[in-house]
Design a protein around this ligand. Structure first.
Ligand code: ARG
Ligand code: ZN
Length: 862
């Protein structure tokens, strides 16, 4: 770790140092006098000594000064130890009261109690509660909450908190109050309140045991019409969790509130989920199919947390994946059940490869159960969430569906009402699954993506085929030497001549550095299909020829394996183009044609299968990333695919043209393929391509088609480009979520002038760093645009660093989240690497830098 003058020595928290809390807080009564400028918070804690010790009570605070401290009703002695309030207590149980004042409208970090769009709301995970009141802010202190909210009635007619409403009333002075009671003990990170001028879309859900739950989605009045999709998703998720996991909802009300200023997607506060409005609001005119899908997934995710997260929470933040990995796994399966499971799997793997594999290969690599952190907010990562979900998926594969369900039942039953560990979860898998997961546990402790090489050798004479598997894993920061992992690989062999199965699918558990699997009576040359369904989150290297990959892409009976074979074929072609300046496009063109014309495939699958790997995924395959050469190679292949298959693309395009909007798997698939086809027609250079896109842009009855056309135009040079951007801006200038798309579309453009355009957009009157969605839509999207961001002169790096330094002063958490693309300097040539490092050094040297940014930037320099 770098030692810098201007940063006070960062405190490292280590998993090995865990000790049980010295004091428990079985009950709390909170009394809020709400006001944007000064909110008075009174807290009455019943505290209980935990075990025999004489340690004082220590209550976390962040930016708080006690106005009063009373113990058992009398003013008490206390002292501040940094931000922590310390009170010496003589007995084993006391009533401790504190009073503080906070200013929600000055809270730009959006952690704790803050103002958004005229409302007051909270975010407490991970350590925001200590910005509201003094409390042992750690997930293993479980407390029953009683909350009273008082606020001006005209301005804040709706007052919500966790649990069930118990009483409310009006005061003489224009203020009113409401009391909420949550019967389930919970950690303080699940605390929430809302005071606002909100309208509800209400419904009733009857649980399978016959309990009526009042569900409601709260938004601004004018957004009410955009909440039906989220409400429907919620009820579908509630029924799904009963059916698939036997989990019922447990309170009389379930409220969801949407706010515009939010640091991430949403938050599972008990009975009162708070959402980023982008994961609630949808109508055909303003939300894409992707938005609709994401809304359903996030609504389900937060709802599922009621069991995997709330009823059973985490002992400490190192166990974060206990709730996040498992809950992502649950929401992925939920989404798979709503439409095409194959397409959902493809999307999830694409996300993993785009976000998690690079993390595992870079300076911020960390295990699914990390060993240390400076700022826990930096660990809400693709590794904890998405790789964590893959770990659950691998255990489900190893156990089989029936035992997996038995194991989750055991887990929910045994650990209900407790703060548990990843180890607790795995031990339930082991016990109910009757398997030994000793070595499997390395997935929790070792960072990095395993690499498996597979070699298949066939002896025609004996009919014997030998599959040799070897695994390796590169060192990651702090872990120079890796132990072999347990890698569950589903494998199947097809005959090269007959095209038929010559060895049935089997699950191979590779647990040694090397292992051999023999197949008997294989009469013809076999073709290897491996890691079917993406059974393990690993990189598989094979020596399969273009012809064999082409065969699998057209004939494998596992849809994921078909997709994967096509991707591999495309990658091999692109990497060789980049390295040798020229690749043979014909096998890719043939395979894409075969997929496009396959009448048995649905449009959604075809659309995914024919898409080229992204610039950055191509870069991930190379020792040194050459952004310009990658861009050229990919564009050349796109152009040839466009030209050679122009007739097929036009047919696919026209077949989908007449559809009216409908949100169904078939209609979504048709739109997806239509927009992919539009992209290829455009890549072909056909003279009418821009007008085709412009007509689609103007006539679209939905945002998927409108934004799809806009994206195509925004990357081009036609005279329709500026017109479309202006029309889009004017049409949606009062809709923040759609304006985010307008910014992001331009930041993702493949035009040569994108870096300059993005700099100009950062001075646009609608651009602000204060809103995380807006910041991400420009800065975050731009940093994903490999060629534009990695401009050889360093213009992109400088711009992003400038923006992050500015953002850090407002909102360190959101700033730090956007830093990782700058940290990948090791993957680039030495000139780019030097420019990137210089920006990281400038960031680390910034006076007053947050610990969030310090951790990300200094680790990236190491
Ligand atoms: N628990 C929330 C979820 O389900 C996310 C909370 C993120 N917190 C943070 N500090 N980044 O996804
Ligand atoms: Zn979550």
């Amino acid at each position: 770790m770098l030692d810098v003058q201007n940063t006070s020595q960062p405190v490292v928290t280590r998993r090995a140092d865990y000790t049980a809390p010295a004091w428990l807080v079985p009950e709390i009564a909170l009394d809020f006098d709400l006001d944007p400028r000064r909110t008075r918070v009174r807290a009455r804690l019943n505290v209980a000594r935990n075990g025999a010790h004489d340690a004082p009570l220590r209550l976390d605070g962040d930016g708080l000064a006690p106005l009063a401290v009373r113990v058992d009703g009398v003013d008490a002695d206390w002292r501040m130890d940094g931000a922590t309030l310390e009170i010496a207590l003589s007995g084993d149980a006391h009533e401790v009261e504190t009073e503080v004042e906070i200013a929600p409208e000055r809270n730009t970090q959006l952690m704790g109690l803050y103002a958004s769009g005229g409302n007051l709301c909270t975010q407490c995970e991970a350590e925001g509660f200590r910005r509201i009141t003094f409390f042992p802010d750690r997930p293993d202190v479980l407390t029953r909450y009683q909350v009273k909210l008082t606020a001006e009635k005209a301005r804040y007619p709706v007052l919500l908190a966790n649990g069930d409403p118990v009483a409310s009333g009006d005061l003489d002075d224009g203020r009113h109050w409401a009391e909420w009671h949550d019967p389930f003990p919970k950690p303080c990170y699940l605390f929430a309140l809302i005071a606002g001028d909100l309208a509800a879309n209400r419904d009733t859900f009857t649980t399978r045991s016959g309990r009526d739950v009042e569900v409601a989605i709260w938004v601004r009045e004018r957004d009410l019409a955009k909440t039906d999709h989220a409400l429907h998703a919620l009820k579908t998720a509630m029924a799904w969790d009963e059916r698939v996991y036997g989990r019922e909802y447990d309170l009389d009300v379930f409220n969801i509130v949407a706010v515009d200023d939010f640091n991430f997607g949403a938050m599972e506060n008990k009975g009162l989920n708070i959402f980023n409005s982008r994961y609630i609001l949808a109508d055909p005119d303003t939300a894409t199919d992707h938005d609709y899908d994401a809304i359903a997934a996030v609504v389900a995710h937060e709802y599922f947390h009621n069991w995997s997260g709330n009823r059973i929470t985490c002992r400490d933040w190192f166990q974060l994946s206990l709730k996040e990995g498992f809950t992502v796994y649950r929401d992925q399966k939920f989404s798979a059940d709503q439409g095409s499971a194959a397409v959902k799997r493809i999307e999830d793997v694409r996300t993993l490869r785009a976000a998690q594999f690079p993390e595992d290969a870079g300076p911020l690599a960390h295990p699914v159960r990390p060993d240390s952190y400076i700022e826990i907010s930096n660990f809400y990562t693709a590794t904890i969430y998405n790789k964590g979900a893959e770990l659950i998926g691998m255990m489900a594969t190893i156990l089989g569906a029936e035992k997996f369900r038995r194991a989750t039942d055991l887990y929910f039953d045994r650990f209900d009402g407790t703060a548990a560990t990843c180890e607790d979860f795995v031990s339930c898998m082991e016990e109910a699954g009757e398997v030994d997961l000793t070595r499997f546990r390395r997935w929790y402790s070792q960072a990095g993506t395993p690499r498996v090489t597979a070699r298949l050798v066939h002896e025609a004479g004996s009919g014997r085929a030998m599959l040799t598997l070897r695994q390796t894993m590169a060192p990651t920061p702090g872990q120079p030497v890796k132990e072999p992992m347990v890698v569950p690989l589903t494998v199947k062999l097809f005959g090269a001549d007959s095209g038929r199965e010559v060895a049935p699918e089997q699950l191979v558990l590779l647990s040694e550095p090397e292992s051999e699997i023999a197949f008997e009576s294989v009469g013809e040359r076999p073709i290897l299909s491996i890691n079917r369904g993406f059974s393990a989150p690993v990189v598989v290297e094979t020596d399969r020829s273009a012809a064999d990959l082409g065969f699998l892409s057209g004939h494998d009976d596992d849809p994921f394996a078909r997709y994967e074979a096509m991707q591999q074929l495309m990658l091999d072609t692109l990497v060789s183009s980049v390295q040798r300046g020229r690749g043979d496009h014909a096998p890719v063109i043939d395979a894409v044609r075969q997929t496009l014309l396959d009448g048995d495939l649905d449009s959604a699958f075809i659309a995914e299968a024919v898409l080229l790997p992204s610039d950055s995924f191509i870069g991930d395959q190379m020792a040194v990333v050459d952004p310009d050469a990658i861009f050229r190679a990919r564009e050349a292949l796109r152009r040839d695919l466009g030209r050679e298959l122009e007739g097929e693309w036009r047919e696919a395009y026209e077949a989908a043209l007449a559809n009216r909007f409908e949100y169904s798997p078939a209609a979504k698939g048709a739109r997806r393929l239509k927009n992919v086809a539009l992209g290829y027609i455009n890549a072909s250079g056909a003279p009418d391509a821009a007008s085709l896109a412009f007509v689609q842009f103007e006539q679209a009855d939905n945002m998927t088609d409108r934004q799809g056309a806009l994206a195509t135009l925004a990357s081009g040079t036609s005279d329709k480009r500026v017109a479309a951007l202006d029309i889009f801006y004017n049409r949606y200038s009062d809709n923040a979520l759609v304006l985010d798309k307008w910014f992001a579309t331009q930041a993702l453009s493949s035009r040569d002038d994108t870096a300059q355009a993005v700099e100009e957009l950062s001075r646009h009157k609608d651009f602000t760093l204060a809103n995380p969605n807006r910041a991400r839509s420009l800065i975050g999207a731009f940093a994903m645009n490999q060629r534009a961001f990695h401009d050889a002169a360093g213009r992109g790096y400088r711009f992003v660093a400038d923006q992050l330094i500015a953002l850090d002063k407002l909102n360190p958490q959101t700033a730090a989240k956007l830093l990782p693309p700058l940290g990948r300097w090791r993957r680039f040539d030495k000139d780019r690497a030097a420019l990137m490092r210089a920006e990281l050094e400038r960031i680390v040297a910034t006076p007053g830098l947050s610990k969030d940014m310090f951790e990300q930037a200094s680790k990236s320099l190491d």
